[in-house]
Design a protein around this ligand. Structure first.
Ligand SMILES: [Zn+2]
Length: 292
């Protein structure tokens, strides 16, 4: 299937890996457990070779045909489990990875509105909380106040995000970092102008703060609803961007799609299903995301 689809490069994507249940994530999605993650890595290493972000950028820029099977791991949202749980496993197994940061949340300075919804849901058991959008997210703060839920205390006690110090240590260990917007809006719910500000500013902050010589970005939630014009603009100030639409080709320059690994199936089953789906769509000429 790798040969038939011509997708020799696989980009798995995760948020967290944990054996613990975290309230801010609990009501949103199920992260991989440590044993599930290790099983994913076993399957990946049997079939692909881990490459660095620098090599990935180089392959993409040169347009060289990839004949070997490669993978590069990515982690969105800049969560602290990358430091405590993921990095030690990857170092031991010699695997590269890139982490995408929401710059407002570094050092636990603020909390993603979806995490607020999950924390409130734990208290109030109201499913409507989980449908509150980015543009309505003030409601979550109002509800927290009314119900004596203290997000600042939660941030301080739980420390869900990576700190600058941890990020610097991870960079010294060879891990790479990119931006994931300022505060994680759903791009299709905000204007093109806001999409550009969120993208450009977060890339600038991450690059300057951590002294990086590359600029990469992963779209928060989905790249759906981002126009051809905005993609072109983003391409002018970044090296590479990432979506999460699975194994797909994309009309946007230097924009690669990744495979979500947070499903209740083995990594092997997720990846095989993705290839099968891509193969089917390719046969119908429908596997390429075309930006308008
Ligand atoms: Zn995200």
């Amino acid at each position: 299937m790798i040969k038939k689809t011509k997708h020799h490069l696989l980009l798995p994507f995760y948020h967290s890996v944990s054996d613990e249940v975290h309230i801010h994530i609990k009501n949103l999605y199920q992260p991989r457990s440590v044993s599930q993650f290790n099983a994913d890595l076993d399957f990946l290493l049997e079939n692909y070779k881990s490459i660095s972000l620098e090599r990935l950028i180089e392959i993409n820029k040169s347009g060289e045909e990839v004949r070997e099977n490669y993978f590069h791991l990515t982690f969105d949202d800049g969560l602290s489990e990358f430091y405590t749980t993921v990095a030690p496993i990857l170092k031991e197994r010699n695997i590269h990875a890139t982490v995408f940061l929401n710059t407002d949340f570094i050092d636990n300075k603020a909390l993603f509105y979806r995490f607020k919804a999950s924390i409130l849901h734990e208290e109030l058991k109201d499913d409507a909380l989980l449908s509150i959008t980015y543009n309505e997210s003030k409601k979550l703060d109002e509800l927290a106040l009314k119900n004596s839920v203290d997000f600042s205390a939660y941030l301080k006690n739980q420390q869900p995000y990576l700190t600058s110090e941890q990020i610097r240590a991870l960079i010294n260990d060879g891990f790479t970092f990119g931006a994931h917007s300022l505060n994680h809006p759903l791009y299709k719910g905000v204007t093109g102008e806001q999409q550009l500000i969120q993208t450009k500013e977060s890339i600038e902050i991450v690059t300057a703060k951590f002294n990086l010589d590359y600029k990469v970005f992963s779209f928060p939630f989905t790249d759906d609803g981002v126009s051809k014009k905005v993609f072109k603009e983003i391409d002018s100030f970044s090296d590479m961007t990432f979506g999460c639409a699975g194994i797909k080709e994309d009309s946007a320059n230097n924009h690669l799609q990744r495979v979500s690994m947070e499903m209740d199936k083995s990594g092997e089953a997720i990846i095989k299903a993705e290839y099968l789906y891509a193969l089917m769509k390719q046969k119908m000429g429908k596997n390429k995301v075309v930006r308008q």
